[in-house]
Design a protein around this ligand. Structure first.
Ligand code: SF4
Length: 319
């Protein structure tokens, strides 16, 4: 509703888009969506392209997403291969190689493509759809999209990672893994990396009803989002020394305030939040930082954990 079409998204400043996206995570997607909207306006007269290569050329769109868009929206015989489809294909065709290896990936993509092309050819044989059966209509009107949707849905709801419901599966008669008893070990995947425990110290400095926040760089994790000055430290590091590294010698005290927990993929992060007192009212030299009022605190787009801190401040919680 706020940005109702591609042109509105393209016109919006990035900070506005990030603020609307705040709390959803995966902020790179918001930035890519914004860049894609601008490219569509610049190169395609504001109309989303239908050509596979042009879709693939948009920022943030890889082979899987381009295939999903072209098959589901435009009924083109473009394959999709996500985790769910990989699992279904590896089991049905009894593929025992590591699915992340390049040759296995090529084989899986080739199978997915052969299936969606067969769906496109078989569309002529589909009987006239019953007007009240939306599934039959979908197959008749968009066989490529219906096939890809069905593969993804089957993997998500029936051919699940643990305890697949083979008795309810329409592919059971042809499934190599079911017949040979391999469902528990397929697909063959690399071990997940071990989880890492990390410690981050966050420092909240206040002065005359304003708080010190900084903007993250335009590249890297959480690019362009706002946060309170913070530092990742070793488990035994002293908070006061960390505060001095961030703010210089002008830190008079760093008082413990909150303890939060945050998880990102394989990281388990212990977040310790401190209230900082400065020795003087002189300038605080933190790159890309500024003092913001309550209104600024509410309006800026913060990373998830820093938004929790900002909301506590806005709610009036003090140490
Ligand atoms: S028969 Fe079982 S293992 Fe094979 S595709 Fe269906 S749910 Fe998956």
């Amino acid at each position: 509703r706020v940005l109702p079409d591609v042109a509105a998204l393209a016109r919006a400043p990035l900070d506005r888009v990030l603020k609307l996206w705040e709390g959803l995570g995966y902020y790179t997607r918001a930035r890519q969506l914004h860049r894609a909207a601008r490219q569509i306006c610049r190169e395609h007269a504001g109309v989303f392209p239908r050509d596979f290569a042009a879709v693939l050329g948009l920022p943030g769109i890889g082979r899987y997403t381009a295939g999903a868009i072209c098959s589901l929206a435009f009924n083109q015989p473009a394959p999709v291969l996500d985790g769910n489809v990989t699992r279904v294909l590896a089991r049905v065709f009894g593929i025992r190689d590591l699915v992340t290896r390049a040759p296995t990936q090529r084989r899986l993509w080739a199978l997915a493509e052969a299936l969606v092309r067969a769906a496109a050819r078989g569309a002529e044989a589909v009987p006239a759809a019953d007007a009240h059966d939306w599934r039959a209509r979908r197959v008749a009107e968009c066989p490529c999209g219906a096939l890809n949707e069905a593969l993804m849905e089957l993997g998500a709801t029936v051919c699940t990672p643990r305890q697949p419901r083979c008795e309810a599966c329409p592919l059971a008669p042809w499934c190599v893994a079911r017949v040979r008893g391999w469902t528990a070990r397929l697909p063959c995947q690399a071990r997940r990396p071990a989880t890492r425990r990390r410690r981050v110290l966050v420092f909240v400095g206040a002065r005359r009803g304003r708080w010190l926040v900084r903007r993250r760089p335009d590249h890297g994790v959480n690019a362009g989002l706002w946060e309170f000055p913070s530092l990742e430290v070793a488990s035994g590091a002293a908070p006061r020394a960390a505060a001095r590294r961030l703010f210089g010698a002008g830190v008079a005290a760093a008082r413990p305030w909150l303890k939060l927990r945050h998880s990102i993929t394989t990281s388990r992060i212990a977040v310790e939040v401190f209230r900082v007192d400065f020795a003087s009212l002189g300038p605080v030299r933190v790159p890309d930082a500024r003092w913001v009022s309550r209104r600024g605190l509410a309006a800026l787009a913060f990373t998830a954990v820093h938004r929790r801190v900002a909301d506590r401040l806005l709610a009036g919680e003090t140490a």
